[in-house]
Design a protein around this ligand. Structure first.
Ligand SMILES: [Fe+2]
Ligand SMILES: [Fe+2]
Length: 260
């Protein structure tokens, strides 16, 4: 299966870039399944069913989230309706939605799940490693998945690399998100698991992590409060493309950034 995963979509600029670039990108690259981290897709914080529908119309097949999963409160009641959306599985059971979803193509079944790191990720998360064990077991035995993809939404590079190494040989790919900055370390580990520390973001280029630069300068330099707002202007889509074989092994993984 040929899979594309794009990093955190930030605000209207990110959504616009995704919707203008990805239909062509998906067709030209023969992508079977397009997975999108949507945690910042609605006004830069959270997600909404309207944005989910727009992204699906542009080719998104499924979604992952992160610490901002429910920053837009409307999504608390909407989440159960979005069956192809995996919210972080290692937070509180009071978060609505699903621990994973499965994408099917012929005889191949791709299980997709999302976990949150425990350090500086903004939400108290439970142990992600034992939760990964539990979900992988379920995806293999109950859901008969041939391939498995994990979006590990975490701040620390070490935490993400450890997760990739820990799951080597048991999942197809571990991709990191949350820092919004793509890393140049995509590789295949000895056991056959593809890995990248951060897939990057889909948002405005002239920004700080997709948000207006002035806001971050006000907060960090002048120590004044300022409300984060998504930046405008030309945006890029960053992500990865990978191939898995029938046994779920990652055959190749490459990162990309496409510009408006
Ligand atoms: Fe994010
Ligand atoms: Fe995040």
């Amino acid at each position: 299966m040929r899979v594309c995963f794009t990093g955190d979509i930030v605000g209207a600029a990110g959504k616009r870039a995704f919707c203008s670039i990805m239909p062509r990108f998906k067709a030209e690259n023969g992508i079977d399944c397009l997975i999108v981290n949507a945690e910042n897709s609605t006004h830069g914080m959270g997600v909404s069913i309207n944005v989910i529908n727009d992204l699906m119309a542009a080719g998104a097949d499924g979604f992952t989230l992160g610490n901002h999963a429910f920053s837009n409160k409307d999504f608390i009641t909407q989440a159960p309706k979005v069956k192809n959306c995996a919210r972080p599985a290692n937070v509180t059971p009071s978060w609505p939605g699903y621990d994973y979803f499965v994408f099917e193509k012929g005889n191949e079944r791709l299980g997709v799940f999302n976990l949150l790191g425990q350090v500086f990720s903004g939400v108290n998360a439970d142990d992600p490693y034992s939760k990964a064990d539990e979900i992988i077991d379920k995806l293999r035995k109950e859901e008969r998945c041939t391939s498995i993809f994990l979006d590990f939404h975490a701040e620390l590079t070490s935490e993400k690399i450890v997760m990739g190494r820990y799951l080597d040989g048991r999942v197809s790919v571990v991709a990191g998100t949350h820092t919004h900055v793509p890393t140049a370390d995509e590789k295949i580990f000895p056991g056959g698991t593809g890995y990248i520390t951060d897939a990057g973001m889909t948002g405005a280029e002239d920004s700080v992590l997709g948000m207006k630069t002035e806001t971050s300068v006000t907060r960090l330099v002048y120590k004044m409060s300022a409300r984060y707002e998504p930046a405008n202007g030309p945006a890029s889509v960053c992500g990865i493309v990978f191939n898995t074989d029938a046994s779920g092994r990652c055959l190749d993984i490459r990162r990309f950034c496409e510009y408006e």
